[in-house]
Write a protein that binds this ligand. Structure first.
Ligand code: UT7
Length: 330
C-alpha cells in the first residue's frame, strides 16, 4: 500500500496589506485591542474582484513548481473553503477549469477551519487505496468581502484575512508521509460560529428583513469558541501522538490552524511545547481559515523549520464545531 506524502506546497496572498491602523478606518477598533486579543498585526484583503479559486490558482502554481510537476499530472482536486466564489458550483471545478485540467474530479470540502485536514484525510485515503497518485489539495478564502464592519461584527472583521495555500499530495513507496488523521465534529455547537444566509431553510429564501437581521454576515460567540479551542486542540494533538506511539517531546513542528495567537500559546503551554516546536504567522495574515494551515506549513518549510524525517503535527479547530489533527513523517 503506498503512503501519501506532501510533494510540494505553495501559498498566495493578495498584495494589499491592511494593517491594524488601516482597520481603524473601516471599523471602530484599535491596534492595541487587536494585538492584545489576537496577536494580529496585519492581514491581506483583495482589492480587485477575484474569488477563492483565483487565489488558489496562484498558490497551486507554486506548489507544482516546488513538487517539480506539471498541472496535467494532477489526477484529482480537493478544495477546502467556507467562502467559495459562488454558492454553487463549488470552487473545485472553477480551479479545475483555470488549470485546464480536462475531466478530472473536483471535490469541495465544507469544514471551515478544519477543512485542510479533513481534505488531507480524504487525499490520504484515496492514495493509500491506490485510486489516485497526485492530488491537489487547496485551502483558500476571501473573507474581506463578506464580514460586517459595523459594531456588531467588529470582533470578527478584525480577525480574518484573505489567502490561499496548496499542497500536492503524492503516492510514495517510501516510509514517510501521512501517518494518521483524526477528525471530529459537534453539530450541537453549529450556531456558535456560522453564516446563516442565504440559506435554504427560509421561505422565501430572500425574505423581507434579510438585510437588517445580521444573518448575511458571520456570527461568532468568541468566548465559547475560545473555550472549546483551548481544550480540544490539545486533545486532538494528543490523539495523533498516542495513536502513533509518540509523546509531545517527539514533535519537531506543530502547525496549528492560525485562529488566534492567544489560543496557540495556550495550547503550547498546556502541551509544554518549546517555542521552536510550534509555528505561528498569524501576525502577518490574520485568520485565513481553510488556508491558514497550508500557508503556515509553506512558510515553515521555506524558513527551514521542516526537515526530512521530522514529525510534523497539523491541528485545527473551528466552526461546526469541527476539529482535527494529522501526523506526518516528513
Ligand atoms: O478559527 C476560529 C475562529 N475564531 C476564534 O478563534 C475566536 C476565538 N475567540 C477570541 O479570540 C475572542 O473571543 C475574541 C478576540 C473574538 C474577542 O475577545 P473577547 O475578550 O472574548 O472580547 P468580547 O467579544 O467579550 O468583547 C470585549 C469588549 C466588548 O466591549 P465591552 O462590552 O467590554 O465594553 C466589545 O464590544 O471588546 C469590545 N470589542 C472590540 N473593541 C475594539 C469587540 N470587538 C472589538 C474590536 N475593537 N474589534
Amino acid at each position: 500500500m503506498p503512503n501519501a506524502r506532501i510533494a510540494g506546497m505553495g501559498m498566495y496572498v493578495p498584495d494589499n496589506v491592511v494593517t491594524n491602523d488601516d482597520m481603524t478606518k473601516l471599523v471602530d477598533t484599535t491596534d492595541e485591542w487587536i494585538r492584545e486579543r489576537s496577536g494580529i498585526h496585519e492581514r491581506r484583503f483583495i482589492n480587485e474582484e477575484c474569488g477563492a479559486s483565483d487565489l488558489a490558482l496562484e498558490a497551486t502554481k507554486i506548489a507544482l513548481e516546488k513538487a517539480n510537476m506539471s498541472a496535467d499530472e494532477i489526477d484529482f482536486i480537493i478544495f477546502a473553503t467556507l467562502s467559495p466564489d459562488y454558492n454553487f458550483p463549488g470552487s473545485g471545478v472553477l480551479l479545475q477549469d483555470k488549470l485546464g485540467l480536462g475531466k478530472i474530479g473536483a471535490l469541495d470540502v465544507r469544514n471551515q477551519c478544519s477543512g485542510f485536514i479533513y481534505g488531507l484525510s480524504v487525499a490520504n485515503a484515496y492514495i493509500r487505496a491506490g485510486i489516485y497518485k497526485n492530488i491537489l489539495l487547496v485551502g483558500a478564502e476571501v473573507h474581506s468581502t463578506g464580514v460586517d464592519f459595523s459594531e456588531e461584527g467588529r470582533h470578527i472583521a478584525v480577525l480574518f484575512g484573505d489567502g490561499a495555500g496548496a499542497a500536492i499530495i503524492s503516492a510514495t513507496d517510501e516510509e514517510r508521509g501521512v501517518l494518521s488523521t483524526h477528525l471530529h465534529a459537534n453539530g450541537a455547537k453549529s450556531m456558535e460560529l456560522c453564516l446563516i444566509n442565504p440559506g435554504s431553510r427560509k421561505i422565501p429564501r430572500y425574505y423581507d428583513g434579510i438585510w437588517d437581521d445580521g444573518t448575511l454576515y458571520p456570527q461568532m460567540n468568541g468566548r465559547e469558541v475560545f473555550k472549546h479551542a483551548v481544550t480540544l486542540f490539545p486533545k486532538v494533538i494528543k490523539e495523533a501522538l498516542e495513536t502513533n506511539g509518540f509523546t509531545t517531546e517527539d514533535i519537531n513542528l506543530l502547525v496549528p490552524h492560525q485562529a488566534n495567537m492567544r489560543i496557540t500559546e495556550a495550547v503550547a503551554q498546556r502541551l509544554k511545547l518549546r517555542p521552536d516546536q510550534y509555528f505561528s504567522n498569524i501576525h502577518k495574515y490574520g485568520n485565513t481559515t481553510a488556508a491558514s494551515i497550508p500557508i503556515a506549513l509553506y512558510e515553515a518549510i521555506e524558513e527551514g523549520r521542516v526537515k526530512d524525517g521530522d514529525l510534523v503535527i497539523l491541528a485545527a479547530f473551528g466552526s461546526g464545531f469541527t476539529w482535527a489533527s494529522a501526523a506526518i513523517r516528513w
